[in-house]
Ligand binder design. Structure first.
Ligand code: FES
Length: 104
């Protein structure tokens, strides 16, 4: 948990899958971090009011459900993953990967 910036993101890679972890005023969120537009790292985007903006072309995604917010185009939504906090550890449920991510 301490490794996560306040109001920002961090990229972790699990089995070649990019996972963006975000600590916000609304809680901690995990989403697929590869932008569906052109593959930028969403974990480097600015976060405001629970929304991350892609650092390249500024597409916006809601962290709570991964919804793409700039058009009615659900095909651009990103996956989200349940996050559990145990003390200083962050556990992310990744359904396609048998292991969880742990940050200490
Ligand atoms: S790469 Fe993310 S909006 Fe273009």
């Amino acid at each position: 948990m301490a490794d996560l910036p306040d109001l920002g993101g961090r990229l972790v890679v699990v089995d070649e899958q990019w996972i963006g972890l975000f600590k916000t005023d609304q809680g901690v969120f995990a989403i697929d971090a590869m932008c569906p537009h052109a593959g930028a790292n969403l974990a480097k985007g600015n976060v405001c009011d629970g929304v991350v903006s892609c650092p390249v072309h500024l597409w916006r995604f809601r962290l709570s459900d991964g919804k793409y917010l700039d058009a009615d185009a659900d095909r651009f939504n990103v996956k989200t993953y349940a996050v559990h906090i145990e003390g200083e550890q962050l556990l992310v449920e990744l359904p396609v990967v048998p292991n969880s991510v742990r940050l200490i």
